[in-house]
Design a protein around this ligand. Sequence first.
Ligand code: CAA
Length: 380
Amino acid sequence: MDFSLSEEHLMIRDAARDFANNELKPGVIERDIKQEFPTEQVKKMGELGFLGMMVDPKYGGGGMDTVSYVLAMEELSKIDASSSVIVSVNNSLVCWGLETYGSEEQKQKYLTKLATGESIGAFCLSEPEAGSDATSQRTTAIDKGDHYLLNGTKNWITNGGSADYYLVIAQTDKEKGHKGINAFIVEKSWDGFEVGPKEDKLGIRGSDTHTLNFNDVKVPKENRIGEDGFGFKFAMKTLSGGRIGIAAQALGIAAGAYDLARDYSKIRKAFGTEICNHQAIAFKLADMHTEIEAARHLVMKAAWDKDQGNNYDMSGAMAKLYASKVAMDVTVEAVQVHGGNGYVKEYHVERLMRDAKITQIYEGTSEIQKIVISRGLLRD
Ligand code: CAA
C-alpha cells in the first residue's frame, strides 16, 4: 500500500488551492448573499482546465485521473462550494457521460466545448415526482422518425440557467419501464426549451438551480446517447462517478471549516488563554480531524477504484454517505468553536454549514446511498 501522492497530484492540489484562495475567496460572501453565479471564476477555471479534468486531451481535456479530480474538488470546496458544484457537474456528470457513452460526432460537437469550459453543461434527471425514485420519469420523448419530441419539466437543475447544453433523461416507451428511458443532448437555443424560475436556496447560493420546461422540443435522432433504452443505465452509471465528486466536495467543505476553526481557536482568548488550550475545544479539533481523515480515505479509495477499472458503485456511495455526514457534523462544530462569530457571515463557517447540507441530498440522498450500499452487500 502507498498512501503518498505523486508529484503531479501534489501540483494539481496546490494549483487548485492557489486558485481557490486567490480567485474564489474574494467575493465569495457577496456572491452567496446575492445568489450571484461566479461567471468570471468559471471562465478562469475553464482556462485552467478544471472543467474537463479527466477528458482525453484529444477532446480538449486534461487527461487526468480521478484522484487528481477529487484533490482539486476538495481544495475548491474548502473555499467555495457553489463554484465546486459547477466543476463537479460539468466534469463527472456531463463530460464523463458524453465521453464514455457519446458517439464520435457528439464528442466532436459538444464534448470539445464542454471540456474546455467554452460551454457549460447540466444534467437533467430529477422531476417534481421523480427525485429519489428516478425510474418514474414523466418527461416524455416520443419517437417521430428523424427526431424525438420532448415534453415535460425538470427540477432542481444545477447550472440550469447558465448551461449551454443539457443532458436530459426522458421516457420514450412507458410500457418498457426503465428500459424505455433515453438520454438526449439538448441545446439551450432550441424552440420550446424554457429556463424556469431560479431556486432561492439555503446553501450553494452562488450556483444557479432552476426548473426547466420542455414544450414540443424537437431533438434530432443523432442527439440520443447510446442505444435506444439505455437512458436509465446511462444516468445510474454517470451518477456513480458523480457521487465521488460530491463526496470530495463534502470532504472539502468539512476540511475548510476545520481549518477555520483550528486557526480561530489559536487566536481567540477566553479565561486568560487561547481557546485551543481548553480541552473542550482541543478535543473538538481532534474529533473533527479524525472524521475528516476517515472521509478522505473513503473518497480516495472510491477515486482509486474508478482509476483502476474496479466497480465503484459501492465505494462511491460509501464515500458520499460518510463524507456528507462528516461535512454536516464538522461544520456545526466549527460554528460552535467560533461562538458568536460563527453565526455571522464574515467568518465563513456559517456559509460552509449551510453549504454542507446539500451534499446529503443531491446526486442521491443519504438514504439512496444506503440503498445502493445495502443492495451491493446483499447481492449474491
Ligand atoms: N449502473 C448500471 N446499472 C444500474 C445501476 C448502476 N449504478 N444502478 C441500477 N442499475 C440498473 C439495474 O441493474 C436495473 O437494470 P436491469 O433491470 O436491467 O437489471 C435498472 O438499472 C433499474 O435498477 P433498480 O431496479 O435498482 O431501480 P430502482 O427503481 O430500485 O432505483 C436507485 C435504484 C438506486 C434507487 C435509483 O433510482 C437512484 O439512484 N435514485 C437516486 C437518483 C439520484 O441520484 N438523483 C440525483 C439527481 S441528479 C443531481 O442531483 C445532479 C445535480 O444537479 C447536482
